[in-house]
Ligand binder design. Structure first.
Ligand code: AP5
Ligand code: ZN
Length: 216
């Protein structure tokens, strides 16, 4: 399966990605995770990306597209992938189409996770992530068994620096202006499925799996 996860900040893309990659055995390519890894390692890309991410703005297309093209080649795109957080602009979507064409393959489905704007800020601000394994929790909706500690690996939980109320609001505004038009873009290609992201986490995954079918 060659898939895209689309949705606003806090919609549950990262949360659902782990269930999808388990089920369909495809590599998870998250541009946000790639940038955060580069920031942690203090690479040149990380330093450039941080300037934009801290303000809730998109990293320029030319930086993002090159990274994704490399990752798709590395993963052998025709064997399947799950893109999470990419594309985010029409330019990126067109660049992806061109890259896949060159690799003689194409997208199967775009999963659009829909969540009301009023819920998104609380989701992102309450999010906690494991320093060690990257598992995602929420202080209210998806609590770890022990406060501040990961259930899976006992790692310490932390809050992303762009998960403040102010930056999340900016990220939502940027999503509405720059990324939401992709819903139309993929509807026209007849590959968009919209999923209600305001249900229980497991029910959202169930709906995604039934929309995708059992095919690998
Ligand atoms: P990125 O890392 O992609 O962040 P995002 O799109 O803002 O999405 P989030 O990670 O905030 O949310 P999510 O949908 O994954 O939600 P999650 O599952 O964690 O991007 C960060 C930045 O990097 C961007 O702002 C930009 O600067 C840059 N960037 C990245 N890609 C780029 C690109 N292509 N082009 C340019 N710039 C780019 O869930 C959120 C919380 O809600 C969690 O606590 C979770 O436990 C909880 N939750 C999840 N599902 C449910 C549910 N069903 N019910 C209740 N709670 C739930
Ligand atoms: Zn962990």
């Amino acid at each position: 399966m060659r898939l895209i996860l689309l949705g606003p900040p806090g919609a549950g893309k990262g949360t659902q990605a782990s269930g999808i990659v388990d089920r369909y055995k495809v590599p998870h390519i998250s541009t946000g995770d790639i940038f955060r890894k580069n920031i942690k390692e203090n690479t040149e890309l990380g330093r450039k990306a941080k300037e934009y991410m801290d303000k809730g703005l998109l990293v320029p297309d030319e930086l993002v597209v090159a990274i994704v093209e490399d990752r798709l080649k590395e993963a052998d795109a025709s064997e399947g992938f799950l893109l999470d957080g990419f594309p985010r602009t029409e330019n990126q979507a067109q660049a992806l189409d061109t890259a896949l064409e060159k690799m003689d393959t194409k997208l199967d489905k775009v999963i659009n996770i829909e969540v009301d704007k009023s819920i998104l800020v609380g989701r992102a601000v309450g999010r906690r992530i494991c320093k060690n394994c990257g598992a995602t929790y929420h202080i209210e909706f998806n609590k770890p068994k022990q406060e501040g500690i990961c259930d899976l690996c006992q790692g310490e939980l932390f809050q992303r620096s762009d998960d403040t109320e102010e930056t999340v609001s900016k990220r939502i505004e940027v999503y509405l202006n720059e990324t939401q038009p992709l819903i139309d873009y993929y509807t026209k290609k007849d590959i968009l499925v919209t999923i209600d992201g305001q249900q229980d986490i497991n029910k959202v995954l169930e709906d995604i799996v039934s929309a995708l079918g059992s095919e690998k």
